[in-house]
Design a protein around this ligand. Structure first.
Ligand code: 6PG
Length: 462
């Protein structure tokens, strides 16, 4: 393992716990010492401070994973390794690299006779230690060498490891990027429900805890709802308040959500809930302007005029509806990218790998798994009858929540994006005929007709 940050160290200790002798490299001697001292007794864990020492200790073909920040650090590691490698050695990038960088590195390393794989890893610090979801892609020759190790350390669902080879080239990092896009979307949606229940309905942190607990015990069961439930109970150790109330409302982002949106635009796949999640994190950063604007425009009054329990149920249904739409958009994007970028992504395997260990794991993944089992080429989850049935059951409450939110002035951009996407997707006829008429009017861009084939242009002013 190259890079002994929390993720690298935890994943390496996880490998050692499964009986694999491991070596961890970091320039920081403190980190290598901590690695050895935190190893489980009777496991073989060695820390080294030079790459040369690491390479010497490994069996051939050497299997080396790096967990370093995306971008230049990955290229730096590759360049430092080059003089030490032998033909057939396998280098794995387990970080959140942009897939185009991974493609470039695969080609570069292949030309030199080395294997390079981009592998997405999800689950945070805890997941790395006890069982993450692992998304390897590329180099089919190298994969069998690392498969037993990855299967051993991955999370298990019904005994099945949450790891599978997910396609050609940079497919592993591509799938992880879209995973993170969906993660952004669901986090945005949960934050909107929090706003509606907290500011809109006046629920305090204990009541919020109870509400998200109930949701997590039901059909919204998921890692993100589960941690949200627990967040409301955490006390601040500097004040008498709950920690969540002391956290500044400016969201950070390392870029994977934005990359998902950028790439979806390039592919021509609409993923508006993910786009909106990226935008809302960006808007949150304009704290000073928002503070000023809040003095100009009235803030919403607190009461949403619906009985508490009724509104909580409506919000629960809206979150369920919009969460399904978020997965549907991300998976529809993967479906197109698989073909257009020649990755051959096995969709059912993706959903299988996401069932456990990762940040977007949820009981819904079982439903999606069955959908792809029936039809591995499903272009959009919304076309699957069982999923349509789930959405139909929730759509009225989805509308109710948005009506109240708009009426009272609460921002629900993610929920609205989900519903608008749904309403447009299920429209046989969109108002796009008018856009075509306008384009032809001012730019002679031509249009097609509904009653005969061909390309037409009209002199609109004559
Ligand atoms: C995961 C997470 C992980 C990381 C995100 C955070 O699957 O384990 O997605 O990769 O926590 O990159 O991303 P932001 O900093 O952009 O929110």
């Amino acid at each position: 393992m190259i890079g002994l940050g929390v993720m690298g160290r935890n994943l390496l200790l996880n490998m050692a716990d499964h009986g694999f002798p491991v070596v961890g490299f970091d320039l920081d001697a403190q980190k290598t010492a901590t690695l050895e001292s935190s190893a489980t007794p009777n496991t073989t864990v060695k820390g080294v401070n030079t790459l040369a020492d690491m390479v010497q200790l490994l069996e051939k073909p050497r299997k080396m994973m790096m967990l370093v920040p995306a971008g230049k650090p990955v290229d730096d590691v590759i360049n430092s390794l080059l003089p030490l490698l032998e033909k057939g050695d396998i280098v794995i990038d387990g970080g959140n690299s942009h897939y185009t960088d991974t493609l470039r590195r695969v080609k570069f390393m292949e030309e030199k006779g080395f294997h390079f794989m981009g592998v997405g890893i999800s689950g945070g610090e805890q997941g790395a230690r006890t069982g993450p979801s692992i998304m390897p892609g590329g180099d089919p020759e190298a994969y069998p060498h690392v498969q037993p190790l990855l299967e051993a350390v991955a999370a298990k669902v019904n005994g099945v490891p949450c790891v599978a080879h997910l396609g050609k080239g940079a497919a592993g990092h591509y799938v992880k990027m879209v995973h993170n896009g969906i993660e952004y979307a669901i986090m945005q949606l949960i934050s909107e429900t929090y706003d509606l229940l907290h500011r809109g309905l006046g629920l305090d942190n204990d009541e919020l805890h109870k509400t998200y607990k109930n949701w997590n015990d039901g059909e919204l069961q998921s890692f993100l709802v589960e941690i949200t439930r627990d967040i409301f109970l955490k006390k601040d150790d500097k004040t008498d308040n709950r920690l969540v109330d002391m956290i500044l409302d400016k969201a950070g982002a390392k870029g994977t959500g934005k990359w998902t949106s950028q790439d979806a635009m390039d592919l021509g796949v609409p993923i508006p809930v993910i786009d909106m999640a990226v935008c809302m994190r960006e808007l949150s950063a304009y704290k000073d302007e928002r503070t000023l604007a809040a003095t100009i425009y009235k803030t919403p009054s607190t009461d949403i005029p619906v009985p508490r329990e009724v509104f909580i149920q409506q919000v629960q249904d809206a979150l369920f509806f919009a969460t399904i739409i978020s997965y549907a958009q991300g998976l529809a994007m993967l479906h197109v990218a698989s073909k257009d970028l020649a990755m051959d992504i096995p969709m059912q395997e993706v959903v299988k790998v996401w069932r456990g260990g990762c940040i977007i794991r949820s009981s819904l993944l079982e439903v999606f798994f069955k959908a792809y089992e029936k039809n591995p080429r499903l272009s959009n989850l919304l076309l699957e009858p069982e999923i349509a049935h789930l959405l139909q059951g929730k759509k009225q409450n989805m509308r109710n929540v948005i009506i109240h939110a708009i009426h009272m002035g609460y921002p629900v951009a993610g929920l609205m994006a989900a519903l608008s996407y749904f309403d447009a997707y299920r429209s046989e006829r969109m108002p796009t005929n008018l856009i075509q008429a306008q384009r032809d009017y001012f730019g002679a861009h031509t249009y097609q007709r509904i009653d005969e084939p061909g390309i037409f242009h009209t002199e609109w002013n004559k």
